[in-house]
Every structure is written in C-alpha cells, then in structure tokens.
Design a protein around this ligand. Sequence first.
Ligand SMILES: Nc1nc2c(c(=O)[nH]1)N[C@H]1C(S)=C(S)[C@@H](COP(=O)(O)O)O[C@H]1N2
Ligand SMILES: [Mo]
Length: 358
Amino acid sequence: MMEKGITRREMLRWMALGAAGAIITACRRQVLGGGSTSGTPAEPLTKGGSQGPSHAPPFKYDSPVAITPVDQFYEVKYSSLVPQVDGATWNLLVTGEVEHPFSLTLNDIRAMPMVEEMRTLECISNPAGGDLISNAVWRGVRLAEVLQRAGLKPTVKEIVIRSADDYHTSIPLELALNEHSLLAYWMNGGDLPINHGYPLRALWPGRYGMKQPKWITQLEAISGHHTGFWEAQGWSDDAIIKPNSRIDAPTVADSLKAGEAVVISGVAYSTDVGIARVEVTTDDGEHWAEAGLTRGPSPLTWTEWRYRWESPTAGRHVIRARVTDKAGATQSAGGFDLLGGTFPDGTAAMPVVIVNVK
Ligand SMILES: Nc1nc2c(c(=O)[nH]1)N[C@H]1C(S)=C(S)[C@@H](COP(=O)(O)O)O[C@H]1N2
Ligand SMILES: [Mo]
C-alpha cells in the first residue's frame, strides 16, 4: 500500500544513506542464515575462555514473556567483520576527564558486584512489525560503578564508548549513571557470544541498539559532545525507543473461517517509561479493542499482548495493533517510506496483517 510516491527529497536522502542501508542488508542475511556465525570465519569459540553457545545446554529461565534463544537473537553490525577478542588479554580502558585513569581485565569485572536483568534490545532500523528486536537475560556490572572507581571530574558531560571494530558512540552522563546502565558479559546462561559482543557489551535503558556497543574496549569521559558512527550519518543522537509492536498471529498464511474465534497476539515495546495499553483493530481502524497484556519483569523488556476476535465475518480484514506508552506516545498510521520510515530516529508506525476470512 504505497500511499505516496518517492519524492526527490527522499531520493536524495536515500542516496546519502548507502551505509545505513547496509545495516538492513547485513542483518537480513544473518536472519535468513539462521546461524549466529554465518558468513564469518570459523574461529574456535573456545578462544580466550569463551563458551560457544552451540555447546551449551538450552537456557531455562522462569519468565512470563518469551526469551529469545541466543542463536535466534537478531544481529546487527556495521562491518562485515566480527572482532575475535581474546578475553584472556583483553582490557577495558577507562580514560578522559577522570581522576584515576585505569584498566580492568575480564576477571576484574567478573569480581565486581553482579547485576542480572532481563532486557529487550531493538534496532533503530526495525520497520513496523519487524524482527530486529529480541529479549534475553543478561549479567554484568553497573557502568556507574566502573566510572565511580575512576572518579569523574565535575566537567564530565558524556561518556564515549569505543569498540574493537572501531565502532563508537556516546551517551549523556545522566544515562551513564542510571542504575540500569549495564556492562554485560553474560547472556542467556553463558559468556556473551562473540556475535553479541564478547567479552563486554553495553545495555542502556530506553535507547535503540545503535547506542549500545558490543566488543567494548574503552570508556572515555569527556566534557564536550561526541558524534558517533551512525550519528555522523544522520541517525538520531539520542535514539530513544518509540512505541512499537509486532503482530505474530494470525499470519496471512492462516486459513480463517467465519464465526470461528481467532487469537490475535504479538509483542509490544517502548522506551523505559513502560507501556500503558495495546489496542487492536480488525476493521482498519474503525473500531479498537484493548488487548490483554503479559508484562516482563520491568519496562525494559517487551510485553506480550493478546486479543480474542470472537466472531470474524467473511471477507477481507485489515488487522493493526497500536501501543500507547505511559508518557502518552502512541503508534501512528505510517505509510510507505524509505528504510521503512525508520530514518533518522526509528518508526512508530503500526504493524498490519491483512487476512481473508472464508
Ligand atoms: N561494536 C559495535 N557495536 C554495535 C554495533 C556495531 O556495529 N559495532 N551495532 C549496533 C547496532 S546498530 C545494534 S541494533 C546492536 C545489535 O546488537 P545485537 O547484534 O547483539 O542484537 O548492536 C549495536 N552495537
Ligand atoms: Mo541497530
């Protein structure tokens, strides 16, 4: 349903965005490939003490909402290379406007007070109803604790994060000191897998994945403003997650019969304020009904929603879902746009599934 053509302005924008398009290409390939190391050299996963997820027993965790298995967790990276970091010699450097610059080994970090949290991660390029969103259980340490050991100078405004693949971004000091800003070294029962950032990755609340580097090597406290890798190409600097949802059932492939109830269900997510409600329409927006919600342990995880469509009538039905978060932000109609309308700051467009009831 192309509601408008591509304007000249959009075309120019598209041409400027060659690199950002690569995010989607790279990710799609990996999703279709299924394996977490597809297309990369088969380096031994035991290197540096990392436990390859393929040898680990399935992760069991008592959770009200779905946890994505490691080999199905979406993957995005800007380059075709996966840094193979040796955890035995790796160091985290803490530098910049601090009283005591220092470095930590992986064992130093593992010896610090451990925090375990379930957290959902989503890419800013995730289109309405897309698959660039996953949920896992992570262990790590608070970024604030590491920064406090270094002693931040009063001039500090941002923390720059640099990675083994030369990726870099920055976050404001306030976010760095948030108790839910974690440096994670463990995911779903084992060491952080190589493709998800071994040995250390960021998890900040309320922000899209581009702000959350993998393969971290350095934290630098600065008094100015840093422009990160994707930010320099026009993507959002704060990258705050917009209300978004996905319809998992029914699918266009399901054969639905008039008068037979259908369960419409999916997941919903937004920034750290949390979700207020999810509504569902089966008549393209003329009527809306509230879905039942199953929440995760915090607003930092996705919410599952479910609505029972009691008595569908024969014919074509346009099903949409609409999330509203506790700050009042809600999903919009959306239309056709380049990169699924995700450039430059993510999309809040509603997902749609069109079914034919017989
Ligand atoms: N070092 C590094 N970190 C990175 C990236 C990257 O290219 N390099 N991509 C970011 C993007 S755009 C996203 S969406 C998330 C994806 O994390 P995942 O692959 O573990 O799902 O990683 C982020 N961290
Ligand atoms: Mo991303």
